[in-house]
Design a protein around this ligand. Structure first.
Ligand SMILES: Nc1nc2c(ncn2[C@@H]2O[C@H](COP(=O)(O)OP(=O)(O)OP(=O)(O)O)[C@@H](O)[C@H]2O)c(=O)[nH]1
Ligand SMILES: [Zn+2]
Length: 351
């Protein structure tokens, strides 16, 4: 297996710099457990820790490596352990607000090509909740795919209505399946591309674990737990990035299972594009869309082009996220700094 099989593509190759390379290898973070890491390079998976310099330079938790990150590392002790020197810029990410009053974000996973937003057709189905997950995906530029599970529990008509309700709020593909009858599973599995990274988001009980276990199946590489390597107390965590037998990559972290808090306003504007586009057409640039004359948003609600409840959830999400806007802007600036740093060194990526 090569780095390309683990998802190292031309985007990352273009972000290689002389600085990042000097004598280091590239690897992908496969597990994080309280400051200790596991890294994978296609041939081996070893425990790793951050270099002193890196630890010292990191000033916010979001800059620490998370599952799915590409890093540069030095191996030692006959390649049985490694030191992490740098984290590559993230192509995409999932993050949530850190607990408490801070404005920091907690990175949950990076470099995910598509997030499966799972809702059960049965009890969990809720388009408002779906919107939250869509915003979270849009925030980190992850492509959302909606998966409706437990189709065995409802009629075909009801399923059609649910699919229509999803497509009304989500610019995303919709997959419907049942892990009990097996309907839709094969198509779902075939939609996973080798070398692409996926994850599952959704409330507890919607059927994520059932689906993941079915995908992983009996694959030994995927299911062998990290602790099996017997390397002591730091390796008790389960591997969080697994390679499925058909070559697709799956990220499943404990943090992903407790998602719920949204990230930033930018994601909201992206997933409520029709609303944010309207607001650009209001007469006043600082329009509150409440009673100003020439308000394009109110006009669209009044003539039924934008459903009132959709607009209400847009406002609600905006309000929740405004507190974190600052952090996001800071982050953007940082990304720009990273951009300046880019010098392509393609020869280092031929492996
Ligand atoms: N009828 C039906 N039940 C299902 C289906 N998929 C899963 N279940 C059941 O739903 C329950 C919850 O499934 P899980 O896979 O544990 O759900 P989860 O989303 O992983 O939940 P957490 O582990 O709490 O995050 C279990 O009792 C499953 O057997 C399905 O397609 N149809
Ligand atoms: Zn307005």
């Amino acid at each position: 297996m090569t780095l390309a099989h683990l998802g190292f593509d031309s985007w990352f190759a273009a972000h290689v710099t002389d600085n990042t390379v000097d004598g280091c290898s590239f690897a992908r973070i496969s597990a994080v457990d309280r400051g200790s890491y596991r890294i994978l390079d296609g041939e081996k998976e070893v425990p790793a820790e951050l270099s002193g310099r890196f630890s010292y330079q990191v000033d916010r938790s979001g800059d620490l490596p998370c599952v799915g990150d590409w890093v540069t590392a030095n191996y030692y002790n006959e390649d049985s352990a490694a030191i992490i020197h740098r984290v590559f810029p993230r192509k995409t990410f999932l993050r949530r607000k850190a607990a408490g009053e801070t404005v920091d974000f907690q990175m949950i996973a990076a470099n995910i090509d598509a997030a499966f937003i799972v809702q059960s057709c049965h009890f969990d189905f809720n388009t408002r909740r779906l919107e939250r997950y869509l915003v979270m995906a849009a925030d980190g530029r992850v492509t959302p795919v909606v998966v409706l599970t437990k189709t065995d529990l409802i009629s075909r008509d009801e399923l059609d209505r649910k699919i229509a309700a999803v497509t009304a709020v989500a610019a995303a593909d919709v997959i419907a399946l049942s892990s009990v009858s097996g309907d839709g599973f094969a198509e779902f599995q075939e939609s996973l591309a080798p070398g692409k990274t996926y994850c599952f988001l959704g409330s507890s009980g919607v059927g994520k674990t059932t689906l993941i276990n079915r995908l992983i199946g009996q694959d030994m590489f995927a299911t062998r737990s990290v602790s099996d390597t017997g390397e002591g107390t730091h390796t008790t965590s389960r591997r969080q990035l697994v390679v499925l037998s058909r070559g697709a990559l799956l990220i499943d972290t404990p943090g992903m299972r407790e998602l719920g808090m949204i990230g930033s306003g930018d994601g909201i504007d992206r997933s409520f594009e029709e609303v944010s586009e309207l607001s650009a057409r209001c007469r006043y640039t600082n329009c509150s869309h409440q009673h100003e004359p020439g308000c394009a948003v109110r006009a669209a609600i009044d003539n039924g082009n934008v459903p009132e409840d959709r607009y209400a959830s847009y406002l609600k999400l905006k309000k929740e996220s405004s507190f974190h806007e600052m952090t996001y802007l800071e982050k953007r600036k940082k990304d720009k700094d990273f951009g300046r740093f880019i010098k392509s060194v393609k020869k280092h990526t031929k492996r």
